[in-house]
Design a protein around this ligand. Structure first.
Ligand SMILES: Nc1ncnc2c1ncn2[C@@H]1O[C@H](COP(=O)(O)OP(=O)(O)OP(=O)(O)O)[C@@H](O)[C@H]1O
Ligand SMILES: [Mg+2]
Length: 391
């Protein structure tokens, strides 16, 4: 069917309920009809647009794009029914919105990151006091670190803590769609966010930097980077903007400079892994030795790996009420089932693993090892001190 692509995009935008995008698609259809010689139909469509605009102009809800940038950040409430900005050609939304949920857990943070988080939250809680003495609160934060270290989780937790909706845009999606539309899409995204009191989360932020390697698109890429920088500058008076990246080395100084605060996340320490284990396994009776065991066998792993292993273990344990297998056996199966390869020590024999867990940092007692391995103390003692038993 002729013009089906436009009709499909029109249907999609209509269902998403975004008046601006719908108008754009109707205009496209009118242009196509005019090009094919059907001037009458094109005219009818254009007059529909004109009538709709006139009607909107008398409605208080109508906010022209030029007003948007200067509107105070609290001008409108971002709710579940708010129409999201979309890519004009495909009709695909440019972001998703999550309502603030105070139950959203903060990831386990290293000391410096916890301090940075606390100071940001404190500033926002005392915005009025700071404003009285002419001090603006921080509005830009860059979170960086390797995959699975809790970056996105932290960004969402900050939005929830500040009681603001989170507008999440994955920059890789925004860019890969159609490079030529990226600058415009970025503008639409930022204009949308500047209308509301919200936290804008730019996830996979390095996507902008990565495309610089594409020699075929040099001019276009410059435009995209410039658009991003301009939009960041324009947003300095609105809400909070959090950029999240795995590849901080790809970001150049012009980008770094725009972020007042930076939080680096890394692989959790042993204590951090124990804490993650505790958070997830706290419903189990022997949570402490179990969390220490999980932490010991995940040395050097990301928080996401610790979580995956602990969750798989928890599910098996909760489901198998009549289970006679020892926690260590369940943990080994969980490691295999989740595909976490070569988990530290789980491949070794029970005796070797028991020795490993008996030593610092876990330093499990013989009683605790008995629970973990489902053995009596005598057996554990023999495993730990084979020479003494022989004598
Ligand atoms: N330090 C941590 N404390 C608690 N949970 C964590 C921690 N690190 C990761 N996780 C858990 O691992 C999962 C993945 O975390 P998240 O998506 O936030 O990582 P990320 O750093 O954004 O990863 P990526 O770079 O792949 O996007 C989440 O369920 C999160 O709760
Ligand atoms: Mg992430």
């Amino acid at each position: 069917m002729e013009n089906f692509d436009v009709i499909q995009a029109l249907a999609r935008t209509a269902l998403a309920g975004n008046p601006e995008a719908i108008e754009h698609q109707v205009t496209r259809l009118a242009e196509r009809l005019a090009e094919s010689g059907d001037d009458g139909s094109a005219r009818k469509l254009r007059s529909l647009i004109t009538r709709a605009r006139n009607r909107q102009a008398v409605e208080p809800i109508n906010l022209q794009p030029s007003d948007i940038a200067t509107a105070p950040p609290t001008a409108q409430r971002l709710g579940p029914k708010t129409a999201l900005p979309v890519d004009r050609e495909s009709g695909a939304p440019l972001c998703e919105v999550l309502a603030p949920d105070r139950r959203r857990a903060l990831p386990v943070l290293p000391v410096h990151a916890q301090a940075a988080y606390d100071s940001l939250v404190r500033e926002w809680q005392h915005e009025a006091e700071l404003a009285q003495v002419g001090l603006p609160i921080s509005r830009t934060l860059l979170i960086y670190g390797p995959p699975g270290t809790g970056k996105t989780t932290l960004a969402l937790a900050i939005a929830a803590r500040l009681g603001r909706p989170a507008v999440i845009a994955r920059l890789d999606g925004l860019i890969s769609s159609l490079l030529g539309n990226t600058a415009r899409n970025l503008g639409a995204l930022f204009d949308f966010c500047n209308r509301y009191d919200c936290v804008l989360i730019l996830d996979e932020f390095d996507a902008v930097a990565k495309i610089r390697d594409d020699a075929n698109e040099v001019g276009e890429i410059k435009r995209v980077v410039n658009a991003l920088l301009q939009n960041l500058d324009k947003r300095t008076e609105f809400g909070l903007t959090i950029a999240v990246t795995n590849h901080e080395k790809l970001l150049d100084s012009a980008v770094w400079r725009r972020f007042e605060h930076q939080i680096q996340l890394g692989m959790p320490t042993y204590e951090g892994r124990v804490e993650i284990g505790h958070l997830l396994l706290d419903r189990l009776e022997e949570v402490d030795p179990l969390a220490k065991t999980v932490a010991s066998v995940t040395s050097g792993r990301s928080g996401a790996d610790v979580r995956t292993l602990a969750m798989a273990f928890l599910k098996s344990t909760v489901l198998a009420t009549q289970d006679i297998r020892s926690p260590v056996t369940v943990l080994r199966e969980a490691a295999q089932a989740t595909g976490i390869q070569g988990v530290d020590g789980l491949d070794s024999t029970d005796q070797e693993l028991a020795k490993h867990l008996n030593e610092p940092p876990a330093a499990l007692t013989q009683g605790e090892l008995g629970v973990i391995f489902g053995r009596d103390r005598k057996t554990i003692s023999r495993w730990l001190n084979p020479s003494e038993v022989k004598v």
